[in-house]
Design a protein around this ligand. Sequence first.
Ligand code: SF4
Length: 284
Amino acid sequence: MQNDLFSKSKPQSKPGTLGETKVAYRQASTILNKSTGFMDGYDYTLNPYSGCFFGCTYCYAAFFARDKEKMDNWGYWVEVKENALTLLRKKRKSSIEGKTIYMSSVTDPYQPIEKKLELTRGILEILLHHQPHLVIQTRSPLVTRDIDLLKKFNFVQVNMTVTTDSEEVRKVFEPQCPKNSVRLKAIKEVNDSGIQSVITMTPLLPVLDVEKFLDQLLNTGVKHFITQPFHADRGKFVAGTREGAMQLIDKYDWTREKYLKVEQYLKKKLPDMGVGKDGFTPLF
Ligand code: SF4
């Protein structure tokens, strides 16, 4: 009998915590969800986890948390859909082949617990037989672990989120996320392996040196980019983070005008840059 939770490559134990983040395991009722709203250009969204270790201060996904406690503690809980592989194995090939799937819309499929569980990897192993048009959204270098599988898809795209050139800014808005340099290196590796790669600057946070940022982006070899503005009134801003974030917005005078200036500069200099929802249309 096949293991319910893990990929075939590496059965593991089920840790209950990861650092300060609680990890729970639950049976999901579905694993492929019809896309709506911002992602309605896709057929399905696929989220192997609920919650997210990365806990970005501005994350809109926190609003989809089941209760206020979960919303307030965004970044400190993760739920693993432990029957994800079973649910996916039950799907007929005809219901997935050629369909566009966005993984993931309300979590990061390569957040740290994935290193132990390999749930996302297990999902890829199954999807490989069904050949959807797959877009992976992450800010984790762990995605490079699965390059071997990704290369076997006929249509796959990896979106790497990079929101600023500044570690000071990154640490305030995304304290639990990998460093910018690590993400840039990871997407370079993905791109170099021949996989369609995109850098998503969504949202674009204060940029301190736009020319240096441009160099960093171009040095990855990636040809496609997406940007959208940061909205201070959206997202969860988990306890204690709003003040620090707002101070940085003021310090760097990150106004709508300043954002637009950076956006226009990057648009001129980068090979291809989409803006907002339209930018997320898959490139297949
Ligand atoms: S990585 Fe994505 S899903 Fe996770 S907290 Fe950040 S924005 Fe939200």
